[in-house]
Design a protein around this ligand. Sequence first.
Ligand SMILES: *[C@@H]1O[C@H](CO)[C@@H](O)[C@H](O)[C@H]1NC(C)=O
Ligand SMILES: *[C@@H]1O[C@H](CO)[C@@H](O)[C@H](O)[C@H]1NC(C)=O
Ligand SMILES: *[C@@H]1O[C@H](CO)[C@@H](O)[C@H](O)[C@H]1NC(C)=O
Ligand SMILES: *[C@@H]1O[C@H](CO)[C@@H](O)[C@H](O)[C@H]1NC(C)=O
Length: 309
Amino acid sequence: MLPRHLWVLVVSTTAALAAATPTHSTRATVCNGRAEYCSRLYSNVTYVGSHDSFAFSSDPLALARDQEVNITAQLQLGVRLLQAQGHMNGNVLHFCHTSCSLFDGGTVLNYLKAVKRFLDENPNEVLTLLFTNPEGLSPRTIWKPIFDAAGISNMTYVPPSLPMKQSDWPTLGNMIDSGTRVIVFLDSQADGPQPVNFILPDLHLGNTLLCHERLIPCSVNRIHGPLATEDHIYLINHSLNINIIPIGSGVIIPDPLEAVTTNGVTSILAHANGCTPLGGNRAPSFVLLDFVNLGAGFQAAEILNGINL
Ligand SMILES: *[C@@H]1O[C@H](CO)[C@@H](O)[C@H](O)[C@H]1NC(C)=O
Ligand SMILES: *[C@@H]1O[C@H](CO)[C@@H](O)[C@H](O)[C@H]1NC(C)=O
Ligand SMILES: *[C@@H]1O[C@H](CO)[C@@H](O)[C@H](O)[C@H]1NC(C)=O
Ligand SMILES: *[C@@H]1O[C@H](CO)[C@@H](O)[C@H](O)[C@H]1NC(C)=O
């Protein structure tokens, strides 16, 4: 994973106000915690995402950690996108940070079982999973059997066709009503020789636009698909790293001491508003954070969603 730095942007922080006009009603009356969201397209909501969600530790000496609290706690706080990196450890798929000898977050099966428990206990929540697949493992023979075993496969959303434009996605209310409220993206091999209908390519078919916080104000990154830029839903990586050994290329780790500022409303809105003009004048769908329990990421997302706080 690339080292990332945060630049606090000096731009206007006017929140984009969303017009929540119900077009048709759904059975679900509260979606992702708010009635207003039921009639919003999945792609027209800003969600807080947890970067390297599996790499949690309350031990400050665990330098490869990106989070302090476990998956269940992250979800209970309001995280609605979980990002994680899959690596084979022996014959078993684990979530690990760069390598399993650096940080082993345990098996993907145990992780997905914790996710399933949360989904069962919270039937009106829509959740996105964004997994990276640096070893290019087969969606069909490696990833899908784990989703099956965790009981998540039949809760996933299968798009009618790919690529999906921003305007093609259903509403949160529709997803909850139909029980298909888990959206799964994989960054590599999802469009390879062994595809699975619910494991969606995040980049190569152009489903996601990643903004790059190192450039000011923001640049479009990793778009390869046939969609026009403004038809994408997009994600911003909003994390601050610190170089603890500033020699050569250094040793870069996430900085929990700065997380309260980095995850503050001012910093997040500055970054998001800087990206909005490049994203079809829409806010990012996903704001990926380190240390989601620190700062005010959830409040920033509600402001981007036009909720009057
Ligand atoms: C997750 O963390 C919470 C406290 O934040 C704790 O109560 C819970 O037992 C933990 N869950 C697991 C599976 O360790
Ligand atoms: C998924 O399968 C379980 C167990 O067979 C079943 O209870 C549940 O209703 C199914 N969900 C959907 C959305 O089909
Ligand atoms: C943003 O984070 C995602 C998920 O970790 C990663 O795939 C992507 O490369 C990152 N983008 C940049 C510009 O670092
Ligand atoms: C949702 O739509 C509103 C109105 O067009 C816009 O202001 C807002 O930025 C959109 N948010 C996302 C995440 O697309």
